[in-house]
Write a protein that binds this ligand. Sequence first.
Ligand code: PMP
Length: 432
Amino acid sequence: MTIAATRRAHRPPRADQVLVGGVNSPVRAFRAVGGEPLHASRGRGAVLTDARGRRFVDLIMGWGALILGHSHPQVVAAVRGQLSRGSHFGLTHAGEVALADAIARAMPSVEQVRFTASGTEACMSAIRLARGATGRCTILTFEGCYHGHSDGLLVKRGSGLATLGLAASAGVPEPIAAQTLIAPYGDVDALEQAFRDHGPQLACAILEPVAANTGVIVPQRHFLKRLRELTSRHGALLIFDEVVTGFRLGLGGAQGLLRVRPDLTVLGKVIGGGLPIGAFGGPRALMRELAPEGRVYHAGTFAGHPLSMAAGLATLRLLRRAQPYSRLEACGSRLAEGLRAAAQEWQVPLQVPQIGSMLTVFFAASPVASFADTQRADRGRFAAFANGLRAAGVLIPPSQFEAMFLSVAHTERVIDRIIEQSVAVLRRIRRV
Ligand code: PMP
């Protein structure tokens, strides 16, 4: 073979030749906004650099995992330190105990923790625990909430107030989907009806206490309180999926902020400091139902992975010390206000629900308070906005139904730069 032929033979393949759709998770394909996958190469602070060397202010932030920004020096040092002592044991180690303790100290509803390798596994196993503990089968979920991609949670709604689910993905058997009830998020009347109709069969209700996966929706506290009362009265467990909100909205998560105490809490993202993780926790008496103490099975080769524990512990320690939450809230509302003002100036109907460091833009004339409201927003304009910002060097999630995330690295200056770029894009969009 000639040198040129050898070089050709070793040319790296295109991503879509060896990865399905060029990605490992569908939203990364950018298809919802008619775009192309972005190939990331480096991240530092609030900035992500792609494989072509273009720099972006990042508002995806690892889908919410990176509350300290990319490559925070203390997280990097903690992971390096652990790596030099051993990457993986598959045995109990000090990092697991320390991270579980940090979580339990921050969240009063959690006494014991079980770590997993992803949020999906943690939700799936928390539900299995609820079924095992109650001896019941049916679960109640809420429109627009996402709890990972296990079979029983990939369901879509039929018609009516609270309906049994239909499979939302090929490969999910209907009998499995049919054990999942779905009610409208934030609707107290529908909630009462669901418990009247199905209360005695319910093993648990699971929801995002602040929704992020249909875009940000902050529910009325009254809705969560009523759900707490109804689950208790009917002997069903209440599971808060705080994979996004845990340690993002405060050290105590959404449950601390909204003062509603669940039976089980699911965590992920931030508690792994950017490395793969999931966890679920609750009172000892309940967690004891898990193997090896009890009869509910859960296991994992990489559960409690040392590198994730090191990154997570460094992150939680920093969050506890720095208490950045009021600053994150100030930056979040500065961005939301800036976007609202720009939209008003250019007469573009825009809603920007925001809480702390999470926000979403909806091109809609009236407030977005339910899943149905999110479906009415103008997705064509959203796509134009996302693509316009990407071209201007600001990366937002390429889907209407995701949250933008800030980190401690998104300073006021960075926020103002995002607003400036948004103004220019909104000005163009008003004609779309
Ligand atoms: N629950 C919520 C609320 C999530 O946002 C996600 C992921 N976006 C999951 C569960 C699943 O977590 P993972 O992707 O780590 O499996």
